[in-house]
Design a protein around this ligand. Structure first.
Ligand SMILES: [Fe+2]
Ligand SMILES: [Fe+2]
Length: 290
């Protein structure tokens, strides 16, 4: 399998069962400055399963709403961007319940890693540029989506890459590059283009392991690169390769957060991920909702 034949498969695939359809629609709608809360509400209401889960999670202690009965009210109270983050988190959580095609790739590890990067990126965003916090959460959640595409379209190659990374004790993207000449960042960017995601989101997916190559939206990509490293350092690995990647000096310079703040973030990541995970697990046990 080479990247161009994978690109053809992704482009030709009418229905890309990597994440529910609602994800691409919600991402596009929420990124459109001309969109209205009503449009987002209509899209979510078309998917009753996601709708019910959003209301359960929004009414959990983590999001702090109390008996909000409708998605319209939830958008009114939490805001469009937070509801977009909720849809993404729930869709990812839901996608993780399906079987993997590949033998050695763990979807549970993948989900916890994606959530950890999303939560970390959001904390960094709140400290540095609060208006971008939810966008960073979304980019953090999606950054490794290429791995899900590989699990769908070339599971044997993903298996070999995971094994090779474990044997050689190298990061997964490096194993993919050495074996195939492309990595999950290239594959994720194919999905971003197919779905019409914003260039900011697509670049974060494409360049999170090579911030220096992002000439257009380096800031967001740098946040995701640092959040990715902090998540690994906190023990949230995406493929059971227990590496602690160094923080990329360029990404650190672009993010420009003082060392003490990074240390504080690193110390709270595990706790924050546990809280977020609990909020999403509520969708599996409705009786726990007040
Ligand atoms: Fe990655
Ligand atoms: Fe990652």
């Amino acid at each position: 399998m080479n990247l161009s034949s994978l690109a053809i498969k992704v482009a030709r695939s009418e229905n890309l069962p990597v994440l529910p359809q609602i994800v691409s629609t919600v991402l596009r709608i929420a990124d459109d400055p001309n969109t209205s809360a009503k449009a987002l509400e209509r899209v979510i209401e078309r998917d009753p399963a996601i709708l019910a889960k959003i209301l359960r999670v929004a009414n959990s202690a983590y999001y702090g709403l109390n008996h909000v009965p409708s998605i319209g009210r939830a958008i009114g109270v939490l805001g469009m961007n937070t509801v977009r983050s909720l849809v993404l988190g729930i869709a990812y959580h839901q996608a993780m319940s399906g079987r993997t095609q590949s033998q050695h790739f763990s979807k549970i590890d993948f989900w916890r890693h994606s959530l950890a990067v999303a939560v970390t990126a959001r904390i960094m965003g709140k400290l540095k540029s609060p208006a971008k916090a939810e966008e960073l959460y979304g980019a953090g959640m999606m950054h490794d989506v290429g791995i899900l595409v590989m699990d769908r379209f070339c599971p044997a190659e993903l298996d070999d890459a995971v094994n090779f990374a474990r044997e050689q004790h190298i990061p997964l993207h490096e194993a993919e590059q050495r074996l195939y000449g492309f990595d999950h960042c290239d594959v994720g960017a194919l999905l971003g283009e197919k779905w019409g995601l914003t260039p900011i989101m697509t670049n974060a997916i494409k360049f999170h392991h090579a911030v220096e190559k992002d000439e257009e939206h380096q800031e967001t990509t740098a946040f995701i690169a640092v959040a990715n490293a902090l998540a690994h350092q906190a023990g949230f690995h995406n493929n059971a390769v227990p590496l602690k990647p160094q923080l990329d000096p360029l990404a650190l310079m672009v993010v420009d957060l003082p060392q003490e703040q990074l240390e504080i973030i690193a110390n709270v990541v595990a706790q924050e991920v546990a809280k977020a995970q609990e909020a999403f697990q509520i969708v599996e046990s409705p009786r726990r909702v007040a």
